[in-house]
Every structure is written in C-alpha cells, then in structure tokens.
Design a protein around this ligand. Structure first.
Ligand code: ADP
Length: 183
C-alpha cells in the first residue's frame, strides 16, 4: 500500500496496487474504460457489463438519450448492478494516434480527474481504476501509467473526500510498471 501525504492534513488517502479483475472489487465505485457510445464493448467494458448485468446498460441508454455520447476524458455514473461495488463510473479514454501524444496525455489525465471529481460529487470514498486506454485503444503502457499515477496523486493531494484509490492491473506488464512508479 502506498500513501499520498498532505503536508497540512497528514496522511489523507491511500493508493493500492492490485493485480486482478476489477469486477470483483468491493469499493464504492469501479471505473469503466468505456467508449463514447456507452453501449458496451470488449475488454474491461465487456467484463463490467457481463458481471453487473443489464441494469448498467439500461442506465447507460438513459444517459445517452439525455446527454448524447460521452466525450473523451469525461465521465458518467451508473449503478454497478450485481457487482460488489456500489457504482460504475464510465469514462472514455483517448485512442492513441488520434491526436498528438501531449493531447492524449491531457485527455487521459482528464479521465482520472473527472472520475474522481464525480466520485466526490456522489460522496463515494473508494475508487478502483483499470489501466484506461492501454488495451484496444493502444496507449503505450508506460506512458499511460505515468499519466495515471501523476493525475491521481495530484488530485488526492488537494482534497480530503476520497480515502482510497486502487489501481487494478489485469496484466503483469502494467502491474510491474505501476509497482516501479509507486514503490
Ligand atoms: P481501452 O479501450 O480503454 O484500451 P480495454 O478494455 O481494451 O480498454 O483495456 C483497458 C485495460 O483494462 C487493459 O489494460 C486490459 O488489460 C484491462 N482489463 C481487461 N479486463 C479487465 C478486468 N476484468 N479488470 C481489470 N482490467 C481489465
């Protein structure tokens, strides 16, 4: 376990690194690496919809009707259905190569920041993230890990609401990269 330290408030939030399946996590919110349609897909998105059941897609459809597609870097929230988590925060990562590397970094950081902001708005205190954009969206894993850890640490350093963030690494390569950054 790694801890974000705030000079004034003392230890305020912990960051945990876990290798495994995010659908099994007992946290207030798990984050989904969704696509802009919010209609489900492969990878972690597919796993979350399968484990959570149809209630998630129903809420995604309602959000789509009201707000349209979810822009890259933004986040929306639904039930977690049958999973142990209470909520799913769906965020849309950047597709590597669709914009400059710097713009991609910014959009990926927005995914982490906006997901945590949404968690705060809903009073959720523990949040688990997958390695957003590092699957079919092709973001280089090491670069994505640096962005993810930097964005989360910066967010936690200036807030007191979130108590725990978990990075859920599904593959060994990502796990090793995060271990190096957080250790
Ligand atoms: P993206 O389209 O954002 O790249 P993917 O789902 O293809 O999303 O991949 C994102 C990351 O999620 C990848 O590192 C992949 O290994 C990981 N992943 C896939 N299934 C799961 C799961 N059940 N729990 C946690 N992470 C997962």
């Amino acid at each position: 376990m790694f801890q974000a330290i705030d000079q004034k408030a003392g230890v305020m939030a912990s960051i945990k690194l876990i290798k495994g399946d995010i659908t099994k996590e007992s946290v207030d919110a798990i984050v989904n690496a969704a696509n802009a349609s919010l209609m489900g897909g492969g990878g972690v998105d597919g796993a979350i919809h399968r484990a959570g059941g149809p209630a998630i897609l129903e809420e995604c459809k309602a959000i789509r009707r009201e707000c349209g597609e979810c822009p890259t870097g933004q986040a929306v929230i639904t039930t977690a259905g049958n999973m142990p988590a209470r909520k799913v925060i769906h965020t849309v990562g950047p597709i590597w190569g669709q914009q400059s590397p710097e713009k991609s970094d910014e959009l990926l950081a927005n995914c982490y920041r906006n997901s945590l902001s949404l968690a705060v708005r809903y009073g959720l205190k523990s949040v688990a993230f997958p390695n957003i954009s590092t699957g079919v969206y092709g973001f280089p894993k090491e670069r994505a890990a640096v962005v993810a850890v930097g964005a989360v640490q910066a967010f936690l350093a200036v807030q007191a609401e979130i108590e725990e963030v978990r990075f859920l690494c599904f593959d060994e390569e990502n796990y090793q990269l995060y271990e190096k950054l957080l250790g």
